[in-house]
Design a protein around this ligand. Structure first.
Ligand SMILES: Nc1ncnc2c1ncn2[C@@H]1O[C@H](COP(=O)(O)OP(=O)(O)OP(=O)(O)O)[C@@H](O)[C@H]1O
Ligand SMILES: [Mg+2]
Length: 279
């Protein structure tokens, strides 16, 4: 998690301009003044961020800026220190008691809310002893309570979408990294989440395998009305897929806008110096 000192010096926070969402209306995800602290380190510093239904949002920024932490808080893997995250207008980390009081969410509430979010990580974490098909049908059966037949049909549809219709009975050890990551994508999609978070899904792959995975995500993004948060270091990919790009640094949103705004007309020194690395 290295940070250059020039970046640290250049930090500035611009006012968040009115960026027109693709689908106006009620945001599917709202971060309201969210902070996250690990020990003495405040890694998310009062983030305000809305994601709209169907919107494809790319999150870019230097290593250690808090991108993964934002995704993990949405996936209920990390609890915010302060602030509120709403999904579909409902608090994720709090719940209402019968008397209407807002209290800390219990496991049942988190489990229900978690079903609205899908996440694909850098490391695919497939079950090595299960076939591709079983990896993808496991959660629909055990979590959603689908029948074998329903789960099978959904899984085949999703595996076809990611180009792996012919690998149903294969085991993960016999797949390439790109294929494994595509199974992980199908496994998340099969749960039909409202929001998908992709966190650096190609950064552990050999360079020649990156393209096939990005292509699959692009197709899914163009095809579906699911909201997506795409955490990425692939600037061309962000530019192609995103409706809106968020540039974060040191736990703050520094700049946000359309891909043209961010990549053609960066306003802050911080973003300018970040983008120079990719030229
Ligand atoms: N569980 C944890 N305990 C302590 N510190 C953590 C923990 N998780 C993250 N951090 C710290 O929080 C900061 C933000 O980390 P995060 O992984 O969110 O950054 P990132 O933007 O995703 O970086 P990268 O681009 O390298 O993936 C870093 O300084 C990191 O070391
Ligand atoms: Mg990360």
């Amino acid at each position: 998690m290295s940070e250059s000192s020039t970046e640290k010096n250049a930090i500035m926070t611009l006012p968040i301009e009115s960026v027109k969402p693709k689908s106006p209306g009620i945001p599917i995800v709202q971060y309201q003044d969210v902070t996250k602290t690990f020990g003495d380190l405040e890694v998310i510093k009062g983030i305000e961020l809305d994601l709209y239904p169907g919107e494809k949002m790319a999150l870019i920024g230097p290593s250690g800026s808090g991108k993964t932490t934002l995704g993990r808080m949405l996936m209920t893997l990390e609890e915010p220190t302060t602030g509120t995250i709403l999904i579909d207008g409902e608090p994720l980390w709090q719940m209402k008691t019968s008397s209407g009081k807002l209290v800390r969410a219990n496991e049942k509430h988190l489990r229900r809310m978690r079903q609205k979010i899908g996440m694909v990580f850098q490391h695919f974490n497939l079950f090595p002893h299960l076939s591709v098909l079983r990896n993808v049908t496991l959660a629909p059966i055990s979590v959603l309570g689908l029948s074998q037949e329903e789960a099978y049909q959904r899984a085949v549809e999703m595996l076809s979408k990611v180009g792996l219709r012919d690998k149903l009975d294969e085991f993960p050890s016999r797949l390439s990294g790109g294929q494994k990551q595509r199974v992980a994508i199908a496994r998340a999609l099969v749960m039909q989440p409202k929001v998908m978070v992709f966190d650096e899904v190609t950064s552990a792959l050999d360079p020649e395998l990156v393209g096939e995975v990005l292509e699959v995500i692009k197709e899914i993004a163009f095809d579906s009305d699911m909201a997506m948060m795409l955490i990425t270091h692939e600037m061309d990919f962000a530019r192609d897929v995103a409706d809106r790009v968020i540039f974060g640094a040191e736990g703050c949103i520094v700049e946000q806008g359309s891909p043209e705004d961010i990549f053609e007309q960066p306003k802050s020194e911080r973003l300018l110096s970040f983008l120079k690395r990719f030229r």
